[in-house]
Design a binder for this molecule. Structure first.
Ligand code: ADP
Length: 288
């Protein structure tokens, strides 16, 4: 499989591969740092069984971020494709990373706040994409509460019912409860978000710039992004401070943070099951 990938890359980059090494740290795909005889080097992710457009959607997301997150480091997309036999790949500019600097989270907070100034008329996006390996629907909606229910919570709950983690009856009562969620959300405009912002998708480059990768972009309430960052213990306090200096939070975020987190928790239910099912139930009970 690797041979076919290497041949394809040599053809596309018109260079001979001199050496390569595996890169760990991803949770879905395999990754390599490849060096060519001509001394250029690239980062390549590949997967033999991923949805055919997974990397295309990631490439679109990276390009959108590159256009709008001007003070964050985002890898350049070099190429992507699907080879005969189904192996898909994404080739990116290789970024030399370094340990997180002291002010990493401050820079990240400023960069994300600037990204969140990218306004749009609707919640959603002009393309569907993926969150991990799960499809993420992004059809436009004009209110966040419609978008949150129809494009985020309902599809994941339907999948969770199919996966036998929830019953249809439960889905019905959650839908009933969701009618009251509308009043909880602030009136804020849709802004571009990374969509999967957690510790595994941030880095510092060798010049000390904060960077983000592996996006699942769409136009959303920015609070969705901030709630996401809090899911696994949260970022350093300097991130939230730097963010709020540029974009103060709307009152009441702490009260609704857990509701936003229902989405990534349901994604985890459908990817991993186990304890996430109870975590999702706890949130649902809090907002029923
Ligand atoms: P996955 O899609 O499997 O989650 P990631 O995008 O998280 O994979 O990447 C896997 C690893 O490769 C991570 O440790 C990440 O820091 C590193 N990485 C991702 N993109 C680049 C890049 N352009 N240059 C160098 N390293 C990268």
């Amino acid at each position: 499989m690797k041979n076919a990938l290497f041949s394809a890359l040599e053809e596309r980059f018109q260079d001979t591969i001199k050496s390569y090494r595996g890169i760990t740290g991803g949770d879905i795909n395999q990754a390599l740092h490849i060096t060519f005889e001509g001394n250029g080097s690239i980062f390549v992710k590949y997967n033999g069984s991923a949805p055919a457009d997974l990397f295309e959607k990631e490439a679109i997301g990276l390009k959108m971020l590159k256009r709008h997150a001007l003070d964050l480091r985002i890898p350049d997309v070099l190429d992507y494709g699907v080879l005969d036999g189904g192996l898909s790949f994404l080739a990116l500019e290789f970024i030399e990373t370094s340990g997180m600097t002291k002010n990493h989270f401050e820079k990240l907070g400023q960069g994300v706040a600037h990204l969140h100034k990218t306004l749009f008329s609707h919640f959603g996006s002009d393309h569907d994409n993926y969150i991990g390996l799960l499809p993420q629907k992004n059809a436009y909606r004009s209110t966040f509460s419609d978008f949150f229910w129809e494009m985020r919570i309902l599809p994941q709950l339907q999948l969770a019912v199919k996966n036998h983690h929830f019953t249809l009856n439960e889905l019905g009562s959650i839908e009933h409860a969701s009618k009251h969620w509308t009043d909880l959300f602030p009136t804020e405009e849709p802004v571009l978000i990374h969509g999967d912002l957690w510790a595994g998708n941030i880095f510092t480059d060798s010049n000390g710039n904060a960077g983000i990768l592996d996006p699942a972009v769409y136009y959303s309430h920015r609070e969705m992004e901030l709630a996401f960052t809090h899911l696994f213990g949260g970022f350093d306090a300097s991130f939230y401070h730097a963010y709020s200096v540029i974009l103060p939070l709307s009152p009441g975020f702490e009260q609704r943070k857990r509701l936003y987190q229902l989405y990534p928790v349901l994604v985890h239910v459908n990817l991993f099951g186990g304890a996430y099912v109870n975590q999702a139930r706890t949130i649902i009970n809090e907002f029923s």
